[in-house]
Design a protein around this ligand. Sequence first.
Ligand SMILES: [Zn+2]
Length: 604
Amino acid sequence: MRKATSEFTLSNSWMILALLALATTAVAQQPAPAPQNSSTAATTQSQPDQSQPAQGQSGSNMTPPTTMDQVVDRVIWREKELIKFLSRRTPIVETYLQDLAQDPQLGPVPQDDHYFLGRMDFSDSIDRSDFLEGKEKKDEGMEKRLLGGLTKKFKFQYQPLGFSWMVFADRSDFDRQHYDFHYARREFLGDIRCLVFDLTPKKDAGRGRFLGRIWVEDQDFNIVRLNGTYSRPHRNDYYFHMDSWRLNLMPGFWIPAYIYSEEGDFTAGAKNKIAFKAQTRMWGYNLKAAMASDELTNIRVDSVKDETASAQDATPLAAEREWQQQAEDNVVERLERAGLLAPAGDVDKILQTVVNNIVITNNIDLPRPVRTRVLTTSPLETFSVGNTIVVSRGLIDVLPDEGSLAMVLSHELAHIVLGHNLGSQYAFNDRMLFSDEGTYQNLGFKHIPEEEAAADKKAVEMLKNSPYAQKLDSAGLFIKALQKRAPQLSALLQAHLGNNITENGTVTRMAALATSAPALDWNKLDQIAALPLGGRVKLNPWDDSVEMVKSQPVAITSARDKMPFEVTPFYPRLSRYNAATTPAASTTAAATTPAATPDAAPNQ
Ligand SMILES: [Zn+2]
């Protein structure tokens, strides 16, 4: 089984900090208890249970279907409604892919990686624009094939669109003329009772039709999960297998959120040479709406008096600080609007607590408090602008404990303490006027090597005075693990806004801490140097908010369970939209619902 997240070494103190920071909201954020033991809940009825009345969601005030045919009609109708609903949305879509090679001890491990970041446009087909195009031209001239076909002539170059195609089973022809629907069984996915159908394209339905299984929730009959591939590729094409998940982030609709893809055969004598695993995440669905409500707020803010303390003009130093602040605010606001920065929230409070611990114990006096924010993307990077430290979601995910988090934050804090201010040019508002996709071409926060070295030195100094002085072994181990994998993970380690943590496959950032750390040993099961991606931070695809995952740790039973920096399947715990709480669906393997068997006894 590879459903382990290696969180059992999660430092207790980080957990405690997290609890302290969240104390006021913790009660409201408790996920609702599962209504029943989901592992045994299944029935063998061939018809939906009519005794379950549909409840207060849009679409459910219709008469419940009474036959399986009517259920299928409803599923088709809901899918078309979703396609309509999303047609004006342009969410961000990120695919991170690891090519795999067999390691005798660790099993399939990454040997190379690829990263794609773009925006989906659902308007009349599914299209994708790219944030990275200007920087990395290697995808230029790539064939714009539909349906995620992978062209062998192109030496297996991955097509980013291919990984996001399976947001819908079939965007144009999802109907009975093109598909046979076979009811399979009932099954719980998290809190959601689902009807499961196998879909096969009709004989004359043409190439590239969906072939696989769909899970449909039993109130409104929305598809919540799709698993399969596309049928009958052309001779030179290849279709990926995908597992696509949706979340109920607004009343009546289940929004495409995660897609896991995997190919590869590692059995002895296998001929198929392609082997990879990839995670695709979608978010930023509500970006346009967020802007509209901003406009309203701005009108109101205009009537508020400027409450700046000073009644006079600013002194030169005060003006300089004001200017930096303006640049910082511009950048933070612009990144948030582009969907690249999560809105301020609870994860920031945890990061901020760690920063404060270092600040206080070092008697650092700063004119303004340091703020922290989370970049919504996977590549491991950090940067600071003014007094705001930004850390990527992917980097927080892979850090094993609070000591390593302190290491990451201390480097950026050192830049701030040393006055290495970057980004004052962004105080000019014309510099904020670019398309979201142009973010990486228009913003950048890279320090010169001398400032990097100085920040590392200062950071180590500050850590040694801090409560983390005794926890630097784990930080050093993290650097060792990163060093081990760095040559294979150049895409994950490619910073897009800040400085790279590595240079030519060698870790440069805070590398001094590795020298005093214990030896890296894959066979020591209690030594967790780095975590897989996706285990810590949960990103809400609708409003981009982030929160810490609260799943039960799963015990590691072999070196293969460690999976440092690796991609794993998604297994969100599905639940229904609840306006009272943050829509919750954790994305860790720990929330796995075992597949219900047809003969399991119904328990309710
Ligand atoms: Zn730096």
